[in-house]
Design a binder for this molecule. Structure first.
Ligand SMILES: [Fe+2]
Ligand SMILES: [Fe+2]
Length: 302
């Protein structure tokens, strides 16, 4: 049995190392300041949450860790460095950590934004089947043990400020089609991972300005997968959804660190079957724990 931890959208911003200012202000003043800080305020506890996530990983016999992007807020080199530093304890050994960038990791056009991500995360970007690689590191394939393969596709790109949608370049989809026929991959349980969600929790595509532009093409290519799952982030909600006419299901990790939305998944893969367990943040105990409600446990039939 292989146990996989899938988390996402940690959004480490530079402000997290400067939270000391809070103690100088009243609750009311902090409220007013936070109003001006927009979404960043929901990620103030990211360091505490990531420390807890590392403790969860160590206590729960995790074999493989997957992060589906949005490590940072703005993709600045300093943010990427800080985010990498915070998740480094999850990267031992490096071949047991698979990741893709999110749109926030390559947010700005200046310089080579993809290079900034690759530079920081190069130690975990090794590709077991580099012959399928079509530009940058993608698709990146990791063969895990004898039974599991992870195929990572990059769907993120620098965007204009008013949109946050993504697209998987055509050449990556063509390579995906070929590698899903490769006997070294197709006999395994296959995780196809990318930052953007091909479907929302209600089974519908995301909006044009926020979603994966070629979601339908990705799903079409994945129809040949007999046992596997699509994993994503980007939508800050931890959910699972069945995909019409497909053996695969889709799991969105949501955000592991966003206040009041914290969550991620643990998958147990055994004999090409997956059992998914949702993990939530326990505010009282300041730790992550398996969600206890029965509806959070699912055993797909594939
Ligand atoms: Fe995000
Ligand atoms: Fe995103």
């Amino acid at each position: 049995m292989l146990r996989v931890l899938h988390f996402s959208d940690t959004h480490v911003g530079l402000q997290v190392r400067h939270m000391g200012w809070k103690k100088w202000f009243s609750k009311r003043a902090i409220g007013a300041i936070n109003l001006a800080r927009g979404r960043a305020k929901y990620f103030d506890d990211v360091e505490e949450k990531l420390t807890a996530l590392i403790a969860f990983k160590e206590a729960n016999d995790i074999d493989l860790v997957i992060h589906t992007g949005d490590y940072t807020a703005l993709g600045l080199e300093s943010e990427l460095k800080l985010a990498k530093e915070m998740v480094t304890p999850l990267m031992t050994p490096p071949q047991s950590y698979v990741t893709v960038p999110g749109n926030h990791d390559i947010y700005v056009h200046e310089g080579n934004s993809h290079y900034r991500f690759s530079e920081q995360f190069c130690s975990v970007l090794q590709n077991d089947l580099p012959e399928y690689c079509r530009g940058g590191h993608w698709p990146l394939v990791r063969l895990v043990g004898d039974d599991v393969a992870v195929v990572a596709l990059n769907s993120s790109r620098p965007n204009l400020p008013w949109r946050s949608n993504g697209i998987i370049p055509e050449e990556q989809l063509t390579a995906l089609e070929a590698l899903l026929q490769d006997p070294r991959v197709k006999e395994r349980y296959i995780f196809v991972i990318t930052h953007y969600a091909a479907r929302l929790q209600n089974g519908e595509p995301d909006t044009k300005l926020h979603g994966l532009i070629n979601a339908d093409q990705l799903l079409e290519k994945c129809k040949v997968i007999r046992s596997g799952a699509l994993l994503c982030g980007h939508v800050h909600k931890t959910y699972q959804v069945d995909l019409e006419g497909m053996a695969c299901e889709l799991y969105c990790a949501g955000s592991a660190t966003m206040q009041r939305h914290e969550g991620f998944w643990v998958y147990e893969v055994k004999e090409k079957k997956l059992e998914a367990k949702k993990v939530v943040w326990d505010e009282t105990a300041s730790c992550y724990s398996y969600a206890l409600t029965r509806s959070n446990y699912r055993v797909p039939l594939n």
